[in-house]
Design a binder for this molecule. Structure first.
Ligand code: P5A
Length: 446
């Protein structure tokens, strides 16, 4: 993309309505625009990252054999009356009437609808196990929408639902989701720690939240510092293997890590004092096993091997996709702007032309732009007629991990400059070498 033709409405001033750094940076970098409290337009740069996050989520879900579908945002009230949640959900549910006076709602989650899809189509244990998921907009009329996309009213969620014949099989699905989530967050450059949590309005006592540690997080958390040494890395897991998935669960959940809802001071005090940590965290996902709560209420049964009709065992699993943008920025920025992890960056590298209009500099930039694209990379070329300082400030603000700086002086010696956004370190090299270097870096990114 050439910046002169892109739509990147960066702000010079720091917006006063934003109280945390990720919200300020998303507004300043022209990623989002607030339309109403907790409701945002996703401008091109923000939308690009949102799409990239969705792509990672899809890849990791499908790696585990989970099947994508798409349910609507609007749901009929009847389904929620069957489960008993229509009244229980209270003021957080946005209720709507259509022209025929039918009660509808903007879905805050999809347990009821997916259970309805299941019961109308599946009748035998032979069709299990089954995990269906979608990435869809949700609406929760939060009392205090705040921190930008972090606590929105309209927000994007990946929500998945497993259907299994019994509790053991459903717990395997639970463990499998935990494994997929570890890998998903690591690919996004995040450390998200699974912590014992509370079921809330979704239900079930078997539940973990995934938390990214950050001072601006809304949850208070308590954990054993040893847990932050754990990395999932690029290990290959056989998702059908009950033992392999359980081993990962045990590795990542055996140390003390809880949200304030489930915190147990006495247990916490058994950890050696120097390892006890109290911190704030951003909840970027949650997984639940709730057994037959919805299947019993809604009559979702299957015939088991003995020929009896039994309610199916279920769980649901959510990732806060739009919230993740805020979480990633909270975890990765400096006073100049965002620092995107390579796995989620909106553009792979920026090209800064220090002397737009200079025939040699222009030709070198064009050459780099085409060479990077030929390698399957997506560069952003700042070809505007602007001062070098302004170009650097924009690149630093929008946070692309790598920048190639091109100017007449370097070109005389046959070199351009490759700069890391994270470390600020620059190296001079031939333009072709810069292209190779960047291609090599991204070849190693999952
Ligand atoms: C699991 C999937 C559920 O809704 N039903 C389907 C279960 N879980 S949850 O924990 O309530 O939500 C899942 C994740 O969505 C994000 N989230 C939000 N993001 C932005 N703004 C909000 N208002 C908001 N509410 C929830 C969180 O990341 C949460 O973990």
């Amino acid at each position: 993309m050439r910046l002169s033709r892109y739509f990147l409405p960066v702000l010079k001033e720091t917006p006063s309505e934003a109280s945390i750094v990720s919200h300020r940076l998303m507004l300043r970098a022209g990623m989002i625009k607030q339309e109403q409290a907790g409701i945002y337009s996703w401008l091109p740069l923000g939308f690009k990252v949102l799409q990239r996050l969705q792509q990672i989520v899809h890849e990791e879900q499908q790696r585990a054999g989970h099947i994508p579908l798409l349910m609507p945002t609007l749901q009929p009230a009847e389904l929620w009356k069957e489960s008993g949640r229509y009244d229980a959900y209270g003021a957080e549910m946005l209720r709507i009437k259509d022209r025929h006076d039918r009660d509808m709602l903007y879905g805050p989650t999809n347990e009821e609808m997916i259970t309805d899809i299941f019961r109308q189509n599946i009748a035998s244990y032979r069709d299990l196990p089954l995990t269906l998921y979608h990435i869809q907009w949700k609406f929760r009329d939060e009392i205090r929408p705040r921190f930008g996309v972090m606590r929105g009213r309209e927000f994007l969620m990946k929500d998945g639902y497993n259907f299994d014949i019994d509790m053991d099989a459903a717990l395997h699905a639970y463990n499998r989701h935990l494994v997929t989530y570890l890998r998903t967050y690591e690919r996004m450059g995040l450390q998200a720690i699974p912590m014992r949590a509370d079921g809330g309005p979704i239900g079930g006592d078997y539940t973990h939240e995934f938390l990214v540690l950050a001072d601006t997080g809304e949850s208070e958390v308590f954990y054993d510092s040893e847990i932050t040494d754990l990395k999932f890395g690029d290990r290959e897991i056989d998702f059908d293997s009950v033992d392999e998935c359980r081993a990962v669960l045990e590795e990542f959940t055996s140390r003390y890590a809880r949200t304030d809802e489930t915190h147990d001071e006495a247990l916490f005090n058994e950890i050696p004092e120097e390892r006890r940590r109290t911190a704030r965290g951003i909840e970027v996902g949650q997984i639940f096993y709730f057994g037959t709560k919805y299947s019993e209420a809604m009559g979702a049964t299957v015939q088991n091997a003995a020929g009896e009709n039994v309610p199916v065992h279920m769980g649901s699993h959510g990732i806060g996709v739009s919230r993740l943008l805020g979480a990633i920025i909270e975890a990765s920025h400096d006073d100049k702007g965002i620092i995107w992890p390579e796995g989620v960056t909106p553009f792979h590298a920026g090209i800064v032309n220090l002397r737009q209009g200079d025939a040699e500099a222009d030709a070198a930039c064009e050459g780099l732009y085409k060479a990077l694209r030929a390698k399957g990379l997506d560069p952003l070329y700042d070809d505007r007629d602007e001062r070098a300082g302004a170009k650097f400030a924009t690149m630093d603000l929008i946070g692309l991990p790598w920048r190639i700086t091109v100017g007449p002086r370097g070109l005389k010696n046959g070199v351009v400059e490759l700069t890391s956004r994270k470390t600020g370190e620059s190296t001079e090299m031939a333009p072709e070498a810069a292209v190779e270097e960047i291609a090599k870096i991204y070849a190693g990114v999952l």
